[in-house]
Ligand binder design. Sequence first.
Ligand code: FAD
Length: 400
Amino acid sequence: MTQDWRDSVELTQQQSLVRRSIRELCAEFGDEYWRERDRTATYPTEFVDALADDGWLGMLVPEEYGGVGMSTSEAVVMMEEIAASGGGFAGPQSIHGGIYNSVPIVKYADEELKADLLPRVADGDARIQAFGLTEPNAGSDSTAMETRARREGDEYVVNGEKVWISRVEDSDYLLLMARTTPRDEVEKRTRGISMILVDLEDAYGNGLEIEQIPKTASRAVHSYQLYFDDLRVPARNLIGEEGRGFYQVLDGLNEERLVIAAECLGLGEVALERGIEYANEREVFGGPIGANQAVQHPLAEAYADLLAAKKVIYSAADRLDDLERTEAGAEANVAKYLAAEAAFEAADAAVQTHGGFGVAREYDVERYFREARLTRLVPVTQQLALNYLGERVLDLPRSY
Ligand SMILES: Cc1cc2nc3c(=O)[nH]c(=O)nc-3n(C[C@H](O)[C@H](O)[C@H](O)COP(=O)(O)OP(=O)(O)OC[C@H]3O[C@@H](n4cnc5c(N)ncnc54)[C@H](O)[C@@H]3O)c2cc1C
């Protein structure tokens, strides 16, 4: 997709290079590929392997560990392009974890673990695709988590449940968030949570059971319920400091939220492109349907909203390192909120523009629509993004 209307922000040389390389790679995986992955609910293994072979899974791994050493400014371009190429939300979602889960390892893991793991991540040989935070009894209130990792000698013994954990079967490791100190024994609920790396091959059959959750959106990327029953994990797999895991997650949250906003943006862009194409082609009442303003305006509105989201995403990605944490949080939450709304609006307009064919699989827009609906729920719901803005930026009182 190379329409001028998408070129609304100026890219650095590095960003242009990323865009060109990702476009070239994605051109090998056309609409039929993504349609089939969705129809059959199969993970895009060939696509992920192609990215891994070119080193993209190590894009955020520093060069000293064999990675590409890029940053969020480049990651937003990469994810936007994958989605906009026709991959939709499922495209970037299939590799998002593999790229972002390396960040806390780079920042907090000890040197021995980094030296062992990061070069393998960079080569695509070790995949840390799964991140386990959400629980059935905690949900958005993640510090209410009940999964417990109890220290016993040089091991942690893990018990509890997680839900909605993505890409587990396509990963070698799970980055697990668990309570090492019960909530009623810590001063603040954000304390006493730790980040532990679980080797999944060792874990299956030894205290970890998984069950896939049947779902309707982003069907190519599977999510699971996880059951831990006395799973033993070596204590050396603790990432960072015991009890400080939640702060370590918060540390990378804004960058990750911006990148997910870019994924929503790319999804909205491809949906809008399809809507425009069909509005120009389809003739009813003797002329193209796009000549009717009732068809044109929803597409133009979606364009305006996508453009606004894009400006916020790219400007925030550029300045992220210079912003205070609350400012960065404000930008990241605005970006995610705007991009998910714009993606939804674009996909909805594209479906409406297609008339009855809006629900035909062969036109793809129904798939984009299902995925756009999902982006209003993950990784954080739109309400929780607004809560952040209400409480932290507008200084309104907190209800919880
Ligand atoms: C496809 C998919 C993939 C996912 N992948 C992962 C993953 O890999 N790892 C992981 O850890 N998690 C994952 N998740 C979980 C995801 O992050 C959560 O679903 C999301 O954060 C919302 O939590 P919840 O589903 O428990 O909703 P709940 O917290 O139960 O919320 C339900 C509704 O109530 C609203 N609500 C709740 N509290 C408030 C409040 N105080 N103010 C206003 N509104 C409120 C919410 O906005 C929402 O609309 C995934 C989810 C999905 C659907």
